[in-house]
Design a binder for this molecule. Structure first.
Ligand code: AMP
Ligand code: ZN
Length: 457
């Protein structure tokens, strides 16, 4: 079998993937900030991570998959100012920040289930790990990487030689132009602990050696990934927006405290762009999975749509392209359904498929192999077995798909019956006429082994 190769943002190249411990993979994916529903852009990233998980498993690795829930500390501005998104959500809805977190965590998990996205082995919430985050910050403090301002404890990014390497940040260039309007000493310094603002009645706050407050956003991921996967593990994922700030700062904290760059591979899913509206959870209206299902679109159609672009390319959403994918997916389902019981996997097709998925998760090409399979004249049972094996990666639920029971009107069924009678009486011309009448009405008669079947044309 061809080796698995994955693009590593840190090295900016596709590298052979070899786990740090043979046979085992530690995988950490940044989870949602649960102050609102996930939009379909967020969900594209989780579908990419699910494909990665499935491909790792297909390669025989035992994966320990951890995902966090950001339920505190993610501020409305990436410059560590503004309000905590959870507290904003609380004001918007009238629920407590804790209720908000529970409600949107559940909604997020339901979206993942609907999309056939596998849950992690471990879910971890930032608010359940305050003690560990404080300990991490204390360690950074003892190593001289922190300083205090009037609003919090900050990480001193200039103390690290290679700060910003992941994003190839031109830190010296920044130094020239940077104007800082807070007490932060440098533009890339970031909050580890924020003090509760005196004029704000915060719901989420804790005692700490530095004063009552709450952790910054980045420290949760350095802390929880280390707790569940160790100081250096295999793969860390997130969306592309995490490269310059969130992941850059996670790496900085872990390098300063533990001396490792946290993960061996850094992988990023590129954005879904909306052509006709802004894709933002923090501004009013946005597209969520429910927006699609309310229009009658099956979540699997969205999953199939996402597989049509490589995870490292941005993708535009439009209703028109979603519709086209819906038609294609329906054809794929129907073809596999019509093949009947599975036979044996066809090795040549399986090899081609493995080449695609092990080539940095090239799902558009893997999809094309599936269509070649549909068109091939191999044994239907073997095609079915092969498609089901593909679907362990696609995750489209091909095995359980059933054609919708179309309500065929009685008069059409009568015409089909009359045609059958005409056939048994060898009245061929009449039989053909009746079949044409059925067709004109928008139905087709299929002759199957179990007798004729009427379907929508
Ligand atoms: P958030 O809930 O904002 O913390 O984001 C959850 C995940 O979705 C993160 O991995 C983000 O990088 C990712 N993400 C945010 N916006 C998009 C988008 N438009 N397309 C794809 N992924 C996104
Ligand atoms: Zn994170």
């Amino acid at each position: 079998m061809v080796d698995l190769r994955l693009f590593d943002t840190y090295e900016r190249k596709v590298r052979l993937f070899e786990p740090l411990v043979p046979g085992k993979v530690g995988l950490y994916c940044c989870g949602p900030t649960v102050y609102n529903f996930a939009h379909i852009g967020n969900l594209r990233t989780y579908i990419f991570e699910d494909i990665l998980l499935r491909v790792l498993r297909r390669n025989g690795f035992e994966v320990n998959f951890v995902m966090n829930i950001t339920d505190v500390g993610h501020l409305t501005s990436d410059a560590d100012s503004g309000e905590d998104k959870m507290e904003v959500g609380s004001k918007r809805t009238g629920l407590t920040a804790w209720q908000i977190a529970d409600q949107y965590t559940e909604a997020f998990q339901a979206d993942l289930t609907a999309l056939n996205v596998n849950p992690p082995d471990i879910w971890c919430r930032a608010t359940d790990h305050i003690k560990e985050q404080i300990e991490f910050i204390e360690d950074l403090e003892s190593k001289g990487f922190t300083y205090r301002t009037s609003d919090g404890i900050y990480f001193n990014s200039r103390k690290l030689n290679n700060y910003g390497y992941l994003a190839r940040l031109d830190v010296n260039g920044l130094k020239e132009g940077a104007r800082i309007d807070t007490e932060r000493q440098f533009v890339t310094d970031f909050a580890l602990w924020k003090f509760s603002p005196p004029d704000e009645d915060r719901q989420m706050e804790w005692d700490s050696p530095w004063g009552v407050g709450f952790p910054g956003w980045h420290i949760e991921c350095s802390t929880m990934s280390a707790k569940y996967l160790g100081d250096f593990f295999d793969i860390h994922c997130g969306g592309e927006d995490h490269i310059p700030i969130h992941h850059t700062n996670e790496i900085a904290q872990t390098e300063a405290s533990r001396g490792t760059r946290l993960a061996n591979f850094w992988m990023h899913g590129y954005f879904l762009q909306l052509s006709d509206a802004k894709m933002s959870k923090s501004t009013g209206e946005f597209l969520r999975l429910e927006t699609l299902t309310k229009k009658g679109v099956d979540p699997m159609v969205y999953r199939y749509f996402c597989l049509g672009a490589h995870y490292r390319t941005q993708m535009s959403f439009s209703w028109q392209s979603l519709e086209a994918e819906e038609t294609a997916l329906r054809r794929l389902y129907q073809a596999a359904f019509d093949w009947g019981e599975p036979g044996t996997v066809i090795p040549e097709f399986m090899d081609r498929f493995m080449n695609c998925i092990n080539d940095d998760l090239n799902m558009p090409r893997a999809r094309a192999v599936a269509w070649d399979l549909v068109k091939s004249d191999a044994d239907p049972g073997d095609k079915k077995a092969t498609m089901l094996a593909f679907d362990e990666i696609f995750g489209l639920g091909i095995e359980h798909w059933q054609p919708e029971a179309v309500q065929v009107p009685d008069e059409i069924l009568q015409l089909a019956e009359d045609r059958e009678t005409a056939r048994t009486e060898k009245k061929w011309q009449l039989a053909d006429e009746l079949r044409d009448q059925v067709l004109t009405a928008g139905y087709v008669i299929e002759d199957t082994q179990e007798g004729p079947r009427v379907k929508k044309a």
